[in-house]
Design a protein around this ligand. Structure first.
Ligand code: NAP
Ligand code: GLV
Length: 309
């Protein structure tokens, strides 16, 4: 591939290790950090790029997001003919399974309560709770949601899953489409969100939907902050209808210091860290896909712009 040109335009990412990794993976390509006015590229790796980047690069054949979610990217005016590709697992699924299993088990086994009690010097045993009373509903059964659902079912939690199209997964009761959302929620006590953020899914966790969870519901949001209506979660926690929440993603990140989530003890906060982009694995995946596209082959992880994910 003598004349292949690759531009790197990822805000908030140290470029040098990525550039070196891409040059090693695609030795015949010219790989460069994008600067305004730079020459034209064939492919781009992007994260939070400025609109100016795409305005200057209308000829791009392929745009590779170095993350799984493309909600912010799809808000930009993209080159009309570029294939948009997101990361397909690339080491994120196992991280997401760790994060969600940890949050579910911590809540189910009351490890948060034990931690607070033992810090006070209290040696107290709580009655064991039944897994059957903690069915977990996973919204979004894609690359990450399926891995999470499988991991939860290996811990013998009853697992429900909700997606756009029906799924047949061992150990997972599958619900699909808007018509089955209420039944899915009513069958779940812990709700895990792994949906992409689209026009159809924004604000999907609100007073009406979260009120349908089984009593003592628990919310784990690891997708995007705008899936959740913050005030509705706070109201349901204040009233005691929901038991708690673990939140990794927020409408504004970093979460502003005056946001009430910081002061609600039933909410556990992590700073958008549930599943990180792993550089070496991601470079290998993207380089392989650039080669495949150059050979005229199709690639997985291709984004359907109309669908929004
Ligand atoms: P994915 O493979 O595209 O899976 C998306 C799933 O959501 C699919 O099962 C899809 O249904 C379902 N879905 C989409 N729209 C729906 C709708 N309107 N109603 C019902 N189901 C719908 O995505 P992924 O790789 O698993 O990633 C999911 C999200 O995780 C990303 O978009 C990103 O926002 C988030 N994420 C967060 C972190 C973090 O660190 N917190 C890290 C990585 C990713 P079908 O299967 O029927 O298409
Ligand atoms: C992170 O949130 C991602 O979408 O990869």
């Amino acid at each position: 591939m003598p004349s292949l040109r690759i531009a790197f335009c990822c805000t908030g990412t140290e470029p040098e290790p990525w550039l070196a990794g891409l040059r090693a993976a695609l030795p015949q390509a010219q790989v460069a950090l994008w600067q305004p006015g730079a020459g034209r590229a064939d492919y781009a790796l992007v994260w939070a790029p400025p609109q100016q980047f795409f305005d200057e690069q209308p000829q791009l054949k392929g745009v590779f997001a170095i993350g799984a979610g493309v909600d912010a990217l799809l808000k930009l005016r993209l080159p009309p003919n570029a294939t948009v590709v997101r990361l397909d697992d690339a080491g994120m699924a196992v991280q997401m399974a760790e994060y969600v299993c940890h949050a579910v088990i911590r809540h189910f086994r009351e490890f948060d309560v034990y931690e607070a009690e033992t810090r006070q010097g209290h040696w107290t045993s709580h009655k064991p709770r039944k897994r059957a009373d903690f069915p977990v509903g996973v919204m979004g059964l894609g690359v990450l949601g399926q891995r999470v659902a499988r991991a939860l079912s290996q811990f013998e939690f009853p697992v429900n899953g909700w997606s756009r199209s029906p799924k047949a997964l061992d150990g997972v009761r599958s619900f699909s489409g808007p018509a089955q959302l209420d039944d899915f929620l009513a069958a779940s006590r812990v709700l895990v969100n792994l949906l992409p953020l689209t026009l159809d899914t924004q604000g999907i966790m609100n007073l009406a939907t979260l009120s349908r969870l089984r009593p003592g519901g628990y919310v784990i949001n690891v997708a995007r902050g705008a899936h959740l209506v913050d005030e509705d979660l706070l109201a349901l926690l204040d009233s005691g209808q929901l038991a708690g929440a673990t939140l990794d993603v927020f409408r504004v990140e970093p979460l502003p210091p005056d946001h009430p989530f910081w002061r609600q003890p039933k909410i556990t906060i992590t700073p958008h860290t549930a599943a990180r982009t792993l550089r070496a694995t991601s470079i290998a995946q993207i380089a392989g896909k650039i080669e495949a596209l150059e050979r005229g082959e199709s690639v997985v992880g291709r984004v359907d712009r109309g669908r929004g994910y």
